[in-house]
Design a protein around this ligand. Sequence first.
Ligand SMILES: [Zn+2]
Ligand SMILES: [Zn+2]
Length: 135
Amino acid sequence: MKGSCLCGAIEVSTADRSKIDVCHCRMCRQWGGGPMLAVHCGQDVTFSGTQKASTYQSSDWAERGFCPTCGTHLFYHLLPADEYILPAGLFEELTHFEMNSQIFIDQKPSYYEFGNATPTMTGEQVFAQFSESGD
Ligand SMILES: [Zn+2]
Ligand SMILES: [Zn+2]
C-alpha cells in the first residue's frame, strides 16, 4: 500500500496491512493533537520522493519523522528493533483497516472515547511486553 505526506514531497510504500493500533500516550497526543492511529510496518517501509523526512528523537528508544515542508507525520521509529510505525492517515486505501488494540489507555484523557471494542493495555503493560520481547 502507498501513501504520501500532505504536500506530496515524501511518498511511502509498505506491504498491505489491515490492523490499526491506537496509542493514547501523552507524547503521541502532544505530537499529533490526538491519539496516534498507527500501522505497524516493521522494517518493510520505503520512503521516496523529492525530500527526506526530518526526525526528532523523542525518547532514548525512538525517533519521530515528519515532512520538513508540510509537517505531515510520517513515522514513529523504534530504534532498538529498527521498526517503523506509520500513521494510518498517510495511506490512500483505508477501507480494509480495522482497529486492533488501544495502548496507554491509562493516559487517555476523558474528553474522548472510541466506540470500537478492542483490547486495551496500560503503559505499564506495554513496557512489560516490550522488555519481554528483549529489544
Ligand atoms: Zn510534505
Ligand atoms: Zn504514543
